[in-house]
Design a protein around this ligand. Structure first.
Ligand code: PLP
Length: 466
């Protein structure tokens, strides 16, 4: 018999009690779509129905319903050792920030003054904390730092020139390119100096009646070494004072103070830039600050007041859940000891290699529960990195689980693919043919679960191999 004749109708299937729970959970329309999709597939490929055709058909439909309802955005286990991983969501939020975002998700006083019952401004939230932490008179929050820079350039320099050193005309991951940002913000880019050397006189010679703003950009993930020089921020501040032109400093990575990351190489901080006298400092919320995706602008009250009136701000508007998560993160930053303990980014960056190794060992032991580790799997020292364009070239001694190259049972690429297919997916990295899961980026308390995922993957990838 032609199996196509045996296929039940859509309506018959929707009435099937076996699909009842799926209809209950996902709705009749969603299940109907799956039924249609599966029946269509079977008309093209009747052989896909094996064994008990009725049962197989229901199985296919239920699997399709689950697939269609699975969220595209999923939690993963970051075993890459890249703390601020641009592709894996950058900064993981502190528990306090997650709770605050959840609280803010419903109704809230986002733009409402509770004292008077009148309209308030979302841009008033976080300002007090940012003033305290940055030591400035004013602050403004946008939806990311790219928006913050764009807003500053537009307000201070639209139709006029923005002076930038050629050494700072960088592209930062995700196609944030300074020349394009300046141009799209309505300003004319005035490049000064060369790629490796820019002098203060290059800036002063370029200043003229058409100049709108001096823009200093932290090159972040890019470094010029050797015969390289550029004016200090103090020198630029002096030029800014002499010429009356505002100086905007995009520090990018968002470190508040150097003491938050002892032993790390120098990275521009908010404190340093503000105390030097930059008029506006912009930074990301989800890099070294360890908060949600946001752009922070701190600095002179008169300039911030102008930014707040700029119509572009409406397009760069920060969301209420972001504001809440940012506020919670900033609250933790009020005490450096609390910040380094409670903010995952700082905690991961500050953890010693010995401590990471201890966690790797304990997690693996717990997951093995007395069984011997599979051949080729060991605990080893690794090198983690900060990521997010911060501290390029700086390696953090770390530790993790390494599945050696040449292990029987499959290539590291195959193992990586199996790991990505787990629930939750485990993302590692391949180095010299070894597959490595760095435990620095595995949150405390999750080591055993992460080790169990790796063991599962090693078992699976071993089945088909050797
Ligand atoms: C990361 C970075 C940006 C972009 O910030 P987003 O928050 O990702 O928009 C801009 N400038 C610098 C210097 C950066 O490092």
């Amino acid at each position: 018999m032609d199996p196509r004749r045996a296929l039940p109708s859509v309506d018959a299937l929707l009435g099937d009690p076996a699909l009842g729970p799926a209809v209950e959970a996902h709705g009749r329309e969603a299940v109907k779509q799956s039924v249609r999709r599966v029946l269509e597939g079977l008309r093209k490929d009747p052989a896909a129905l094996e064994g008990d055709a009725d049962e197989a058909l229901r199985g296919l439909i239920l699997a399709d319903v689950e697939r269609a309802a699975a969220p595209s955005l999923r939690a993963i286990v970051n075993g890459t050792g890249v703390v601020l991983h641009t592709n894996l969501g950058r900064a993981p939020l502190a528990e306090e920030a997650i709770a605050a975002a959840a609280r803010a998700a419903g109704y809230g006083n986002v733009e409402y003054a509770l004292e008077t019952g009148e309209r308030g401004s979302r841009y008033d939230h976080c300002v007090g904390l940012l003033r305290e932490l940055a030591g400035t008179d004013a602050a403004l929050v946008t939806n990311n730092n790219a928006a913050a820079v764009s807003l500053c350039v537009n307000e201070l320099s639209a139709g006029r020139e923005t002076i930038v050193s050629r050494g700072e005309l960088v592209e930062i991951g995700g196609s944030f390119r300074i020349p394009d940002v300046v141009a799209r913000s309505g300003a004319i880019l005035r490049e000064v100096g060369t790629t490796n050397r820019t002098r203060l006189t290059d800036y002063s010679a370029a200043v003229g009646a058409d100049t709108g703003v001096l823009l200093r950009v932290h090159p972040s993930n890019y470094r010029v070494e050797g015969f390289a020089d550029r004016p200090t921020i103090d020198e630029l501040v002096e030029l800014s004072r002499d010429t009356g032109l505002p100086l905007v400093h995009d520090i990018g990575s968002g470190l508040l103070r150097t003491d938050l990351l002892p032993g790390f190489p120098p990275e521009p901080t908010v404190a340093e830039s503000v105390s030097a006298g930059a008029d506006l400092v912009t930074l990301s919320g989800d890099k070294l600050l360890g908060g949600p995706q946001a752009g922070l602008i701190v600095g002179r009250a008169d300039l911030i007041a102008r930014l707040r009136r700029n119509p572009l701000l409406r397009a760069f508007r920060v969301d209420k859940t972001t504001l809440a998560a940012l506020e919670a993160t900033l609250l933790l930053h009020r005490d450096p000891e609390v910040a380094s303990r409670r903010i995952p980014t700082l905690r991961m960056l500050r953890e010693t290699a010995e401590s990471v190794e201890r966690r790797a060992r304990a997690g693996l032991e717990e997951a093995l529960a007395g069984a011997p580790p599979p051949a080729g799997l060991s605990i080893a020292r690794t090198e983690a990195v900060v990521g997010g364009g911060s501290f390029p070239g700086f390696a953090l001694p770390s530790a993790g689980w390494v599945v050696a190259a040449g292990r029987a049972g499959g290539s590291p690429d195959a193992l990586a693919a199996v790991c990505r297919g787990l629930r939750p997916p485990l993302i590692g990295r391949i180095h010299d043919g070894d597959f490595t899961v760095d435990v620095r980026t595995v949150p405390e308390g999750h080591e055993a679960a992460a080790a169990a995922l790796l063991l599962e993957a090693v078992g699976k990838s071993g089945d088909g191999g050797s």
